[in-house]
Ligand binder design. Structure first.
Ligand code: HEC
Ligand code: HEC
Length: 190
């Protein structure tokens, strides 16, 4: 009898296991779309490791000896908001409200100039101890509404008057993939 029951349970659980494997694959595929945005210079330049933000698509260290300072807001005499206004300036200084560098725990580089990827980036982003105590839904909400995130899709022109590039997905696409990732348990690649 016991044997029969366990055989039954085994067969009954097969479609469940298959469904959850499929869900996990969907989740990882959705993450891989989200990751394409995170790794774009418009995001990574503020989520960089080291003492300074980075600039432009070549991700060079911020000019004028600008340092993050202990809260990411710059150092006295060179505060971010001393130059960065709440909107992009025609002079080439980009802007959005509360312009500042991401906190050190929200760095998406393993060392200055070297981006994390895959499992390492995914786990770091998911970790409430690093991500500002956010669960998956709060992460999606941040992506959906935060002005510094939205700025990446209207980043203005640089000091030479050239339009800055934007992430490879539209903001709507990012939110739909991020929601799918979150709704399928926010799985990270192996
Ligand atoms: C002395 C003025 C000044 C200060 C202070 C300053 N910035 Fe900038 N920043 C600029 C200018 C000018 C540019 C545009 C350069 C260009 O695109 O040619 C820029 C560009 C950037 C970019 C590049 C955007 C991109 O993706 O290309 C980031 C990120 C950035 N600043 C972050 C910061 C942060 C964070 C702080 C404070 C820790 C800060 N900046 C302080 C003047 C300043
Ligand atoms: C001007 C600098 C700046 C830019 C540009 C920027 N961020 Fe951030 N980001 C921050 C700061 C500062 C925080 C911390 C704010 C908080 O916790 O509420 C942050 C926090 C986050 C978080 C919270 C979780 C974590 O671990 O990082 C996410 C997610 C995020 N940013 C995504 C993005 C994405 C995606 C882009 C590009 C589309 C982007 N950011 C562009 C400065 C920036």
């Amino acid at each position: 009898m016991m044997k029969l029951v366990s055989i039954l349970i085994f067969f009954l659980s097969m479609p469940l296991a298959a469904a959850s494997a499929a869900e996990s694959n969907d989740s990882i595929a959705a993450w891989q779309q989200v990751e394409k945005v995170l790794l774009h210079p418009r995001c990574l330049n503020c989520h960089s490791a080291g003492d300074s933000p980075r600039q432009a698509d070549d991700r060079h260290v911020h000019q004028f000896r600008v340092f993050n300072g202990h809260e990411g807001k710059g150092k006295p005499g060179a505060l971010c908001i001393g130059c960065h206004q709440t909107s992009n300036q025609t002079s080439g200084v980009p802007g959005a409200s509360n312009w500042q560098h991401a906190p050190a725990s929200m760095t998406w580089e393993s060392s200055p100039g070297i981006a994390m990827k895959g499992r390492q980036l995914c786990q770091s982003l998911r970790d409430p101890k690093k991500n500002g105590d956010r669960n998956l839904a709060a992460l999606v909400e941040h992506l959906r509404t935060e002005p510094l995130v939205l700025w990446a899709w209207s980043p203005g022109k640089n000091a030479r008057g050239e339009a800055r590039t934007t992430p490879p997905l539209s903001h709507e696409e990012l939110i739909s993939y991020a929601s799918l990732w979150s709704n399928t348990g926010g799985k990270c690649p192996p």
